[in-house]
Design a protein around this ligand. Structure first.
Ligand code: ZN
Ligand code: ZN
Length: 379
């Protein structure tokens, strides 16, 4: 029983979208950003393209392990008055003096995180530290991507105040996963960013301007759309889950008129531009020798604290599978690694057993997946 529940929790965590852009989108965004880079840089980034892709969701994994991580992915701008939030200091130091670090970390700080990452990357370029360059670049790609998601800039991040719970993953994961393969991601070249602070704020302010449309359009659509066709069921990792139906997703995407694609494209170009700017700030070092070096994989073992509540953990999917699952399992694939530890505790707390709903071979397959995951973590 213990093992079963543990497995179930793992799978719940594994099968569902990641934070910020979903798993699919974060990986695409990081990967495609490489193709905006000039030849002097692409030589290094292309040699490490799989690394940059695979580590696009590491910051989401860390959310469950590192106390300070969560706030780096969003900012509840609406706490600070109204657009363009002129009273909100644009620099981290000034903001801390005004609102305290604790408060900023709680209510989000993504626009402050981006310039910090640029300076870290600049220093890594100066040291010619391949590992640091790639790790910081991959992480930065994630944060820049998150800054482009409108619902990452509002306290109503999952439509919880407007009766639209689930809209977060609907916009940022479901739409790109269903339609992203067909989008146009030729975004052109990166550019030099003269003011990395202003650029970061521009990214989140652009996102914030879309919040009303993201919510309003879905609200209207859900009124016009036949209620019984709004949701469907899909099997993920052999678990049947309730999802927004393809038809409803298509209608929403159409009504948004390319917004998700545009935000993804903007993320891609800006990531390349931040990488490029950090490299320029470091004096445009020659990277051709570094490109021949081998990266070791990033150490993944983390001491995980039991931090089971998460802003986005109440999305459709986890709820459906196990009422109260938000007590135990997040819905983010990126968190799977860290979740393994957490689930030990949640398994003990859990009282439900879904075995009667399971397809034949369900538990066996779960077990195998869990074991291979376990092995990869511990060996
Ligand atoms: Zn994120
Ligand atoms: Zn998100």
């Amino acid at each position: 029983m213990y093992f079963r529940l543990l497995s179930l929790c793992f799978l719940l965590a594994a099968g569902l979208p990641a934070h910020g852009w979903g798993f699919w989108a974060h990986q695409r965004i990081n990967r495609l950003a490489i193709f905006t880079l000039p030849p002097e840089m692409i030589v290094l980034y292309k040699a490490n393209i799989e690394y940059i892709t695979n580590h696009a969701v590491d910051p989401d994994m860390r959310r469950y392990a590192v106390d300070d991580e969560a706030g780096r992915h969003f900012m509840d701008l609406d706490r600070y008055g109204s657009f363009p939030f002129d009273s909100l200091p644009r620099r981290w130091k000034d903001a801390v003096a005004r609102y305290s670090e604790d408060s900023l970390r709680t209510h989000g700080m993504v626009p402050y995180q981006l310039p910090m990452a640029v300076y870290q990357l600049k220093e890594a370029f100066e040291r010619k530290d391949l590992q640091a360059i790639m790790d910081i670049s991959a992480d930065m790609g994630h944060y820049v991507g998150d800054a482009h998601v409108p619902l990452h800039t509002t306290s109503n991040y999952n439509g919880q105040f407007t009766g639209q719970k689930g809209i977060h993953g609907f916009w940022e994961s479901r739409i790109p996963e269903l339609f992203g393969e067909k989008w146009n991601f030729f975004v052109g070249r990166c550019y030099y960013i003269n003011d990395i602070y202003a650029e970061s704020w521009q990214a989140v302010l652009e996102s914030h301007l879309q919040v009303d449309s993201v919510l309003g359009i879905e609200k209207q659509l859900s009124k016009d759309f036949p209620a019984d066709r709004k949701y469907g069921y899909e099997s993920r990792n052999q678990v049947v889950m309730r999802v927004y139906s393809r038809e409803y997703t298509e209608a929403y995407n159409k009504a948004l008129d390319g917004m998700v694609e545009r935000r993804m494209r903007a993320s891609i170009r800006r990531i390349g531009s931040y990488w490029y700017t950090a490299w320029k700030m470091a004096g445009s070092p020659d990277l051709s020798e570094l490109a021949k070096q081998q990266l070791s994989d990033r150490p993944q073992r983390m001491e995980v604290k039991l931090k089971i509540f998460d802003r986005e953990s109440q999305d459709i999917g986890a709820m459906m599978l196990r009422p109260g699952a938000d007590m135990c399992c997040g819905n983010h694939s990126g968190a799977a690694l860290a979740m393994g530890w957490q689930t030990m505790d949640c398994a003990r707390q859990s009282s439900s057993d879904l075995s009667e709903n399971a397809a034949p071979g369900f538990w066996k397959s779960l077990q195998n997946q869990l074991l291979s995951w376990w092995n990869s973590v511990w060996h």
